[in-house]
Each structure stands twice: as structure tokens, then as C-alpha cells.
Design a protein around this ligand. Structure first.
Ligand code: NAD
Ligand code: LMR
Ligand code: MG
Length: 577
């Protein structure tokens, strides 16, 4: 068992797997639909039948389109319509409609204007789309399976129109959407947004994707009280009831879609660890928040450590990493780092001692008292004093070289925190990774200003560039969007029976190694997002090779290809708008 696997098992707090069963769907009552029609100014077609996602429309006959409608001018027209909207949520709504009505145009523009489109169809605007989903809803997209379907999940899944085309599903239960908490069935846009990036970024065929939102209820009282809320009006199912449901769901998914990879997304931390651990050796699944984030942050840290060593001479294995936030993302990254450190010569104990966790109770240490299962492994046994909760005191005690924020606490990295990091390090590594942008632990502007431009920076959501003393500085976007498209594509092409730790690590190292000379010279930690297709192809190739080494590949004919041939094979499989 690899280091990361062992840690995931431990963090989940479970020791064994076993078969089970559970239930069903979402309530869109007649009354609610009427209110939506009355209250939503954008409502157009009423309740439509579910269409197969993104199937291109047939070419209209002569006379049924304007006389001079050409593709290139129309692309400009669509872009101008998009840019004419003031609010990002309006841009999101416009692009959702464009994706439905003209998927080729949507993905063409998306690829061409990647850095303009990603903040709208993905983080941070997708966070607003989730918050407002029950109000801006226009048409069905994706698959809703609710706790009331327990016992009947098979029939619900089989309503999906293209069973044998399905290759990748992003599944959320809406319980922890970005840093916004429990959004219940309003979590659907997260699954949709991630899959749009699979299509744009890795060339997955649009009709091979299934966005899924599991409606297990919600503990969000505001939503339960909202007459427009689209989900079940009940408290969230948990424990045995949820596990029985999840077991039935996973079993029926694997029967209905034998070639499907499942990406778990934005489950609350306990559920994230529990279900990853429970299913990862049974089905091809991975958890984006634990493993995708682990991979993307390791990759950024490798590049940041390389740059910082020019000033400090410190190798990456000597870094002292302080995690502000110890949930699925924080602990997921800590596990990935552990594994990297041990592969690079440290003993397990030495590696573990490079990592300090902070949660809402302050520094995590053994003598503090009862700890959640997923924090135990990294709890410090070398601190004996009273609890320390003040972040400045913690930094003063730990003397970190890298400070990673995965806490959902906006502006937790105050100017004093940033200045202290700069006083301790010639090139401080500061990664405020919480999403969306308003929950970021600090802005790029503050990080640059309070470190006098020495910071090595990556954030979960995008920030604009800064200028410091006449020098342009570029923020990295340490977001799992760099990892999951390539990791997913590689797993699908290898027809992997499971997603191993070595495949996740290959995606991370593949990304770290993907910087061009020019990007190195610009001091970037991550490649420019415009190159996402090239990067995803490279990552996918590395993931296929790792699957082969681990012996989990079913496309064994790919083993005989040279690296160049494998890369070309991956590229040839990418769908193009
Ligand atoms: N950049 C990325 O790719 C990426 C990936 C996954 C998650 N995230 C972001 O990371 C954040 C956390 O996600 P998660 O799944 O780990 O959530 P979580 O709720 O499980 O974890 C939050 C952690 O922060 C801690 N925390 C809360 N308040 C605190 C305080 N005042 N001081 C110190 N610690 C505090 C909590 O104790 C918990 O350990 C979210 O905003 C999410 O959007 C980013
Ligand atoms: O969705 C994102 O932007 C990244 C990540 O998966 C998150 O949960 O914040
Ligand atoms: Mg997520």
C-alpha cells in the first residue's frame, strides 16, 4: 500500500468496505415551477425535455438563417454579446445558453479566450451560479439523483440518454461547494463547470460527460425556506443512510456505464475521505479536492522551491510547510507532499516533521485533545505548550518557508502575517488557495506589496497581474483545474481499473515539468492556461504510463507505443470544436 493510500484509509476512519443499499430525487413542485416562470425574467421555453448534453444541432436548411451569417463574424458577435454584459453572473447565464444552443461556438471561443472564459464558467463566478442556481435555473442539465431514489437508482441512471458514450462523470453532493458551505442541489453548476473544462481543456467529447448532483437534502436553512429552492426539503442524510445510498449509486453507475471514471467533487471533508477510501480500489474514481488539489499544489511548490532556492540554497525537502486549514484540501495536499518527500529521500518521520496543520482550534498537536480522524496523522507530538491560536504566534513558532491557505477564511493572511513571512524568508512562498476569490486568504496585491515583491504566490482563484518597481509580477493559479482534465483523460485512455497514487503523482510531476523556457523566465509557477490542451495531453501521457507501470491499464495495446507515439495518440483522441 502506498504512502498516500495508507493515509487516505487512516483519514477516512474506516477499516473495511462492504456492499449496501439506499434511495432517490429532487422535488421541482408544480407551484415552484409556476413561481419560477413568474419570477424569472429570462425564462424561455418552460420545462424542456432533457437533451443529450451538447449534441450539435443539425445544419439549418437554406433560407432558415440570415443571408450573410458566417462563422468567424458570428464568433465576434458572440464575444461582443458576452462582453456587453456588466455582471459576471449575466455572462455565466449567457455562456450557459450559448453552450446549449451552439456548443461548437461555445468551446471554440472558450479555447481561444481561455483566461477570459475560465473565471466565468468556473471559479469564481461558478460559485455565484451555485448560490443562485435555484433562481437562475432555466433548463435541465445533468443528472439529479436524490435520497428518495434509494432502491430505484438503477432506473434513474438509465434515463440518461447516451449510456454507452459516457466516460467521465463529476459527482457532487453539494455539501461543501468551494468555501461556500452546504448548497444542497444548488451544487450542480460545480459538476457542470468542471466538465466544461474537461471538454475545453482535455478534449473529452461533450456527449461523454455526465454532471451529477446527488440530493441528500441540505442543512442550509436559507435554502430550505426558499420557495424556489430546487432540492428536497429535508435535512441532509448522513451516516449509514448516506453510505447505503452511495453504495447503491456506485454499484449502479458501474453497471450502467462500464467505461466511466468518477470524479468526486466538493463533498464535505468526512464524506470526501470516507468515500474515496471506500471505493478507490473497487471502481475508477478519484477525489478532486483531496488528490487533484494535492497534485496541483505539489507541482506549484516544486517550481516555487526551485525559485526560492536561488536565494536560500534550500532544497525542497528542507522546506517547512504550514497549512492554514486542515480539511479535505489541506490534508490532501499534506499527504501528497509526504509522499513526494519520502520518494525524494526523507524517512517517513522526517517528512512528517516538515508539515504543521492549523485548524479553527489553532495549531494541531497531540496534547490539544480529541481530533478528527483525518488530522491525526499530521498532529504534532513535539509541541507541549498551551494551545496557540494566533496565526502570528504560530508562524513565529514554526518559522515556515511556505504558508498555504485552505481555510475559507477571507484575508486571514493580514499584512502583518505577510510581513512576518517576508522577514523569515528571502523568497516567502504564500499560497492563499481558498475559493472563490472573496474567500482568498489574501490578494496578490497585498502579497506583493508587503513582501516588497519577493513573494512566490499562487491562489485558488485568479488575481490580476501586479507591477512592482517597474517589474511585472504574475500570480499563479494553484487550482486543480490544471490537473483533473489530464488525469481524467489519461485514466480514460488507459481504461484504468483504478486511479492509483502513482497516477496522481505523475500528473503533478507532469504539470511541474510543463513550463516552457519563456514561462520559466517570467518566474511562473504554473503554465499559462491558454496552453491547457498541450499540458493536458502531456499529463495524460504521463498518467497512462503510470497506469501501465501499476498494471491497472486495460488498454494494454498502448504499452508498445513510444513516448512520442503515445503523445500523438492522446492528441488524436481529443475532440475539437
Ligand atoms: N485551489 C484549489 O484547487 C482548491 C481545491 C480544493 C479546495 N479549495 C478550497 O479550500 C478551501 C477549504 O476546502 P476544504 O474542503 O478543505 O474545506 P473544509 O471546510 O473541510 O476545511 C476548512 C479548514 O479550515 C479550518 N478553519 C476554519 N476556520 C479557521 C480559522 N479561523 N483559522 C484556522 N483554520 C480555520 C477548518 O478547521 C478546516 O480544517 C475551500 O475554500 C475550497 O474552495 C481550493
Ligand atoms: O472548484 C475549484 O475552483 C477548486 C476546488 O475544487 C474547490 O473546491 O475550491
Ligand atoms: Mg472542489
Amino acid at each position: 500500500m502506498s504512502c498516500v493510500t495508507a493515509l487516505i484509509h487512516q483519514a477516512s476512519g474506516i477499516r473495511q468496505r462492504g456492499p449496501n443499499r439506499v434511495i432517490t430525487p429532487t422535488e421541482v413542485s408544480f407551484d415552484t415551477l409556476i413561481m419560477t416562470i413568474v419570477l424569472t425574467p429570462y425564462w424561455s421555453n418552460g420545462v424542456q425535455k432533457l437533451k443529450v448534453a451538447h449534441q450539435p444541432p443539425a445544419k439549418p436548411k437554406h433560407g432558415l438563417t440570415p443571408p450573410t451569417l458566417d462563422d468567424e463574424t458570428h464568433a465576434t458577435r458572440c464575444l461582443l454579446q458576452l462582453r456587453s454584459k456588466d455582471k459576471n453572473i449575466e455572462k455565466y447565464i449567457y455562456l450557459s445558453m450559448l453552450k446549449e444552443q451552439d456548443p461548437n461556438m461555445f468551446y471554440r471561443l472558450c479555447l481561444r479566450y481561455m483566461s477570459e472564459f475560465t473565471p466565468i464558467i468556473y471559479t469564481p463566478t461558478v460559485g455565484d451560479a451555485c448560490l443562485q442556481y435555484s433562481h437562475i435555473y432555466r433548463r435541465p442539465e445533468g443528472l439529479f439523483i436524490s435520497i428518495k431514489d434509494k432502491g430505484n437508482i438503477r432506473n434513474v441512471i438509465r434515463n440518461w440518454p447516451k449510456l454507452d458514450e459516457a466516460r467521465i462523470s463529476v459527482v457532487t453532493d453539494g455539501s461543501r461547494i468551494l468555501g461556500l458551505g452546504d448548497l444542497g442541489v444548488n451544487g450542480m453548476p460545480i459538476s457542470i463547470g468542471k466538465l466544461s473544462l474537461y471538454i475545453a481543456g482535455a478534449g473529452i467529447r461533450p456527449w461523454s460527460t455526465i454532471p451529477i448532483c446527488l440530493d441528500l437534502g441540505t442543512n442550509n436553512q436559507k435554502f430550505l425556506d426558499d420557495p424556489l429552492y430546487l432540492g428536497l426539503r429535508r435535512k441532509r442524510a448522513a451516516g449509514e443512510e448516506m453510505t447505503e445510498f452511495m453504495d447503491e449509486f456506485m454499484r449502479e453507475m458501474s453497471l450502467a456505464f462500464p467505461k466511466l471514471l468518477v470524479q468526486f467533487e466538493d463533498f464535505s471533508t468526512d464524506a470526501a475521505f470516507l468515500y474515496l477510501s471506500r471505493y478507490r480500489h473497487q471502481y475508477p474514481v478519484f477525489n478532486d479536492d483531496i488528490q487533484g488539489t494535492g497534485a496541483v499544489v505539489l507541482s506549484g511548490l516544486i517550481n516555487a522551491a526551485r525559485l526560492s532556492s536561488q536565494a536560500s540554497g534550500r532544497p525542497i525537502t528542507d522546506h517547512r510547510i504550514l497549512f492554514f486549514g486542515a480539511g479535505s484540501a489541506g490534508v490532501g495536499v499534506a499527504m501528497q507532499l509526504m509522499s513526494f518527500f519520502t520518494l525524494n529521500g526523507l524517512s517517513e518521520e522526517e517528512a512528517r516533521r516538515r508539515i504543521w496543520l492549523v485548524d479553527s482550534g489553532g495549531l494541531v498537536f497531540d496534547k490539544r485533545g480529541k481530533l478528527a480522524e483525518h488530522k491525526k496523522y499530521f498532529s504534532r507530538n513535539d509541541y507541549e505548550g498551551p494551545p496557540i491560536t494566533d496565526i502570528l504566534e504560530i508562524i513565529d513558532y514554526v518559522k515556515p518557508t511556505a504558508l498555504l491557505g485552505l481555510s475559507t477564511i477571507s484575508n486571514a493572511f493580514t499584512p502583518s502575517v505577510i510581513r512576518l513571512m517576508a522577514a523569515l524568508n528571502p523568497r516567502p512562498i504564500i499560497f492563499p488557495l481558498s475559493n472563490p476569490v472573496r474567500l482568498s486568504e489574501c490578494s496578490f496585491h497585498d502579497a506583493v506589496e508587503h513582501t516588497q515583491g519577493t513573494v512566490l504566490f499562487a491562489s485558488g482563484s485568479p488575481f490580476p497581474e501586479e507591477e512592482h518597481e517597474g517589474r511585472k509580477m504574475y500570480p499563479g493559479q494553484g487550482n486543480n483545474m490544471y490537473i483533473f482534465p489530464g488525469l481524467g483523460l489519461g485514466s480514460i485512455l488507459a481504461r484504468a481499473t483504478s486511479v492509483t497514487d502513482s497516477m496522481v503523482e505523475a500528473s503533478s510531476l507532469g504539470l511541474a515539468g510543463a513550463l516552457t523556457e519563456e514561462e520559466h523566465a517570467m518566474g511562473l509557477l504554473y503554465p499559462r492556461i491558454e496552453r491547457i490542451r498541450e499540458i493536458s495531453a502531456h499529463i495524460a501521457k504521463e498518467v497512462v504510463r503510470a497506469a501501465q507501470k501499476a498494471g491497472v491499464d486495460r488498454s494494454t495495446e498502448l504499452r508498445k507505443l513510444s513516448d512520442q507515439e503515445l503523445l500523438e495518440f492522446v492528441q488524436s483522441k481529443m475532440w475539437n470544436p
